[in-house]
Design a protein around this ligand. Structure first.
Ligand code: SF4
Ligand code: SF4
Length: 136
């Protein structure tokens, strides 16, 4: 069953994303942004994607998959943030919400493709960690 917007807001901690004022102070301290120079791989971009899910502007959650998978979870962005965005808890909630949906998907008819997708995602994550270590 399709989740309601209220359910998504709750699961993805939408209210907490409202603290982000998009100032960008977190960008220079984020290893994935420094490495890839892509807004979707920055703390601000990830928060924005999650916010759009809560507002019903993103309905295909696969748009969040790579940005969230590649986040190192180092929380350097939290320390740099002047408005106290709780990035760590937002990330954990979003990952849990995504995992819940993936699990339901995996038990469906596309299970094999989903597993292949997961192993691809793990290798992308490993590659990102290697690149970030070189940058730091
Ligand atoms: S520093 Fe904080 S408020 Fe500014 S863009 Fe990053 S998360 Fe948002
Ligand atoms: S937790 Fe680390 S890698 Fe993830 S967005 Fe924050 S600074 Fe970037």
């Amino acid at each position: 069953m399709k989740p309601s917007l209220e359910q998504l807001k709750e699961e993805f901690l939408y209210e907490k994303t409202n603290r982000c004022v998009q100032c960008g102070y977190c960008l220079p301290v984020c290893p994935t942004y420094v490495t890839m120079r892509k807004e979707t791989h920055s703390p601000r971009g990830r928060i924005h994607l999650i916010k759009m899910v809560g507002e019903g502007k993103i309905t295909d959650l696969s748009a969040l998959e790579q940005p969230l998978d590649l986040c190192l979870g180092c929380r350097a962005c939290e320390t740099a943030c002047p408005t106290g965005v709780e990035y760590g808890s937002i990330l954990e909630a979003a990952r849990a919400a995504m995992a819940k949906r993936k699990k339901a998907f995996r038990s469906g008819p596309f299970a094999a493709e989903s597993i292949a997708e997961k192993s691809h995602s793990k290798s992308s994550h490993d590659e990102m960690v290697r690149k970030c270590i070189l940058v730091l």
